[in-house]
Design a protein around this ligand. Structure first.
Ligand SMILES: [Mn+2]
Length: 234
């Protein structure tokens, strides 16, 4: 069988669902390739388990806003919201290895057949010329880039006219996006919906149902991240 690429939406600590999805698509580590769109941990029930499984699966990932936040926090950049203590508590003596791992992840991954990025593309710019925070958080386009979030503006992908397939996550409220040149894979598993994979070259979408509503849905991506609230929900 030819090598397949399994692109997976936002896991957010839903380790069991990731395991079930890998089984459902018949993923073979070493033969197939698995690439996540970022946001592997946080919010869900088992962040450490998700990271351990990620390693067992020999998967790769691009940086999500949750990883970027931790990287910047660890570097002393994001001083307002410190996640480090919560991560250290959860990851224990594996924290340093986890941090080193996510620091090695790219902000986007471009192949001949597709480009993977956590949130989306800044209209008219290649991701190499785009601010990391925008790549990991953009939802909509206001014409100037001042406001990348307001849902009164059209989604960024309305402005994407390239032929290369862009695969992204981050925007669970959309419940997935399927267009000829854009696929959104965040189908809100952590919010009790689904975890979804895009299998290439078949271009087949495969989902597993969430095993629970792990986290109440919120439109405020940065607000519900209190590390002390409960296990894994940071
Ligand atoms: Mn995200």
């Amino acid at each position: 069988m030819d090598k397949r690429t399994i692109l997976v939406g936002d896991v957010h600590g839903c380790a069991e669902e990731l395991s079930l999805l890998a089984q459902k698509v018949g993923y073979k580590p070493g033969q197939d390739e698995m690439i996540l769109v970022g946001d592997l941990v946080n919010r869900g029930p088992d962040s450490l388990g998700a990271w351990e499984l990620f390693q067992d699966l020999k998967a790769r990932s691009v940086v999500g806003n949750h990883e970027l936040h931790l990287i910047r926090d660890a570097a002393g950049i994001e001083v307002k919201k410190r996640w480090i203590e919560g991560f250290k508590a959860r990851f224990g003596d594996r924290f340093a290895a986890y941090l080193a791992e996510i620091r090695s992840w790219p902000l986007y991954l471009e192949r001949e057949e597709f480009l993977v990025v956590h949130a989306g593309l800044w209209p008219g710019k290649h991701p190499q010329d785009t601010d990391p925070k925008a790549l990991t958080s953009i939802r909509t386009w206001d014409g100037t880039g001042e406001d990348l979030q307001s849902e009164s503006n059209p989604p960024w992908f309305d402005f994407y006219t390239g032929k290369k397939l862009v695969v992204f996550g981050h925007w669970a409220k959309l419940g997935g996006v399927v267009r000829p040149n854009v696929v959104g894979l965040d189908t809100g598993c952590v919010y009790g919906k689904k975890l979804t994979a895009l299998v290439l070259p078949e271009k087949e979408l495969v989902s597993v149902e969430a095993l629970a509503v792990h986290c109440p849905i919120t439109s405020h991506d940065w607000v519900d991240l209190n590390v002390t609230k409960n296990n894994g929900a940071s």
